[in-house]
Design a protein around this ligand. Structure first.
Ligand code: SF4
Ligand code: SF4
Length: 310
């Protein structure tokens, strides 16, 4: 594969060569199988020595033990890495999902050793370019002419140990927006980093429900108005009427708007608290929404608002 790449690329050396998806599958076992036992890593190290690979690194996906293991190889001189590719954005910095490791740790370990980081998923699979209206508004207040995506790109580019940020660009506008953001890059200030951390927390705490109000799940045998509940909740998330906790400056106002609006949009007997979890609605939903779980989540939120325990 390596030799074929050289042929296909019509070159006799490569600037950057990566061991792909280190940390996936069965962790260390898979890493050893793919790169150590068969001699692939030894071969690539020799190729680098010969100058045919200018920079040798790996992309990381998954098991932290493997990440630490490869850095220990670097520390001992067994294999010196020229760069490492990690998933990093303002959500994954402190709130990586179960399958991933917080970028704060990954980046920190690389920075300690002076290993440049290549960033993948700066937009978290596109989610950071599609924030809800209220979160977009907060960002626009600070930088009115800039796109939502540009905040995520600036965030990724703000760290001094970052070598480059990879992004998928589908349209010419994406490319133009990226070029604008990085020419020149204006690193995020401490205050902006705090705003993005707050954005991440709100985004994770109140994900909208991808309900299109198609009504296919209706009627519910227990009388719930499923689409109306989701529509009210989504509207409040989009308008910012979902306080993070009781310390939130807009808490009282948001609480009132949510609870009064809820009673107006959905009669009491049709609200989420009446769902018995029979699951009859689930198979009808073309969006594969786990309806009873989502209703429980919304109901918990409503109860916390009512009891003042948020
Ligand atoms: S799971 Fe809840 S919402 Fe769905 S049909 Fe049963 S009672 Fe109705
Ligand atoms: S079937 Fe799914 S998408 Fe359609 S209204 Fe019900 S929950 Fe919403």
């Amino acid at each position: 594969m390596y030799r074929r790449s050289l042929r296909d690329l019509q070159t006799d050396y490569l600037d950057y060569y990566l061991l792909h998806a280190v940390g996936g599958d069965k962790g260390i076992e898979t890493f050893n199988e793919r790169f150590i036992d068969c001699g692939v890593l030894d071969f690539l190290l020799r190729e680098r020595e010969a100058g045919r690979i200018r920079n040798l690194g790996w992309s990381f996906h998954g098991d932290q033990k493997v990440f630490d293991h490869l850095l220990a190889m670097h520390d001992s001189g067994e294999a010196r890495w020229d760069f490492v590719q990690i998933q990093m954005n303002y959500v994954d910095w402190k709130h990586a999902s179960d399958r991933n490791v917080n970028a704060e740790y990954l980046y920190g370990e690389l920075e300690k050793r002076g290993i440049p980081a290549v960033i993948m998923e700066p937009l978290l699979g596109g989610r950071l370019s599609r924030l809800n209206d209220h979160l977009v508004e907060r960002l626009k207040e600070r930088r009115p002419t800039e796109s939502t995506a540009s905040w995520a790109f600036r965030y990724a580019g703000s760290w001094p140990g970052v070598l480059t940020v990879l992004s998928g660009m589908t349209y010419m506008e994406h490319l133009q927006d990226n070029i604008r953001t990085y020419s020149p890059l204006e690193p995020c200030t401490g205050e902006e980093l705090a705003l993005l951390e707050d954005t991440a927390q709100l985004m994770l705490k109140y994900p909208t429900v991808p309900c299109t109000e198609c009504q296919y799940c209706m009627p519910c045998p227990y009388g719930l108005d499923i689409p109306a509940i989701f529509a009210h909740y989504n509207r409040c998330v989009n308008e910012g009427n979902v306080p993070k906790d009781r310390q939130d400056p807009g808490y009282r106002e948001a609480r009132r708007a949510f609870l009064i609006g809820y009673d107006r949009s959905v009669p009491k007997l049709r609200q989420a608290s009446h769902c018995i979890g029979c699951n009859q609605c689930v198979s009808h939903c073309p969006q594969s929404i786990k309806i009873p779980q989502q209703l429980r989540r919304i109901d918990r939120f409503v109860e916390q608002l009512k009891q003042g325990t948020l």
